[in-house]
Design a protein around this ligand. Structure first.
Ligand SMILES: Cc1cc2nc3c(=O)[nH]c(=O)nc-3n(C[C@H](O)[C@H](O)[C@H](O)COP(=O)(O)O)c2cc1C
Length: 193
């Protein structure tokens, strides 16, 4: 039976939490628009289990537009301190409103207000405009909880392929590839480095 790539990922992440100088959950997220043009940016992974890898963002952002048109994505973790990378390929599914609410409630108030103030990926004529919007939101929600903005939510990347890449001496690196089986579970193999 193949090993479970999610379990190995959790072990690697635990090691990365100890050795990375910052943001061990940072991952590059690659999307493609309706014409197949790719773009890539960093996001923070805020949840992981056997269902997939969760991140949160503005649904009206550039990435949000890409994902609405094309749910196929790739993720990349690179932990320099460990000389390891994890490549994930699959598709996105929206998290439930309840799951997004629960995560939003754990965010610092300033970050909650920032989510309301930022029209993510839209042109901004001056920094001062953004700061004024932030102040406006601060006043609007003063004295109460900040609710989750309607267009701010999470996506779960459901993996079809997971590659665990480990540095080895003389560039004889180790590449373990896991491919999801239709009947459940994973097939496992090796790739030349
Ligand atoms: C380390 C790091 C973590 C980030 N995490 C997030 C995140 O979790 N969600 C998010 O929307 N943007 C995050 N960003 C900002 C994105 O990289 C990006 O600038 C933003 O989401 C707009 O991307 P888009 O225009 O392609 O939609 C992060 C940036 C960095 C450098």
């Amino acid at each position: 039976m193949a090993d479970d790539p999610h379990a190995i990922f959790e072990e690697w992440l635990a090691e990365a939490r100890l050795s990375e100088p910052n943001d061990p959950t940072a991952m590059a997220l690659a999307t493609a628009d309706a014409d197949g043009r790719p773009s890539c940016r960093m996001v923070l992974m805020k949840g992981h289990d056997e269902r997939g890898f969760v991140f949160y963002t503005n649904m009206d952002s550039r990435k949000g537009g890409d994902l609405a048109a094309n749910p196929q994505v790739a993720l990349l973790f690179h932990w320099k301190s460990l000389r390891r990378q994890v490549r994930v390929e699959g598709w996105v599914e929206p998290v439930s409103g309840a799951e997004a609410d629960a995560y939003f409630a754990t965010r610092a108030r300033d970050s909650q207000l920032g989510a309301w103030a930022s029209d993510q990926s839209r042109p901004l004529e001056a920094r001062a405009t953004f700061e004024a919007r932030y102040e406006e939101m601060r006043r609007r929600f003063e004295g109460g909880d900040v609710p989750r903005p309607p267009r701010w939510s999470g996506w779960r990347v459901v993996p079809e392929r997971i590659e665990l890449w480990n540095d080895r001496a003389h560039r004889l690196h180790e590449r373990r590839i896991f491919i999801r089986l239709a009947k459940g579970g994973w097939s496992e193999g090796l790739l030349y480095p």
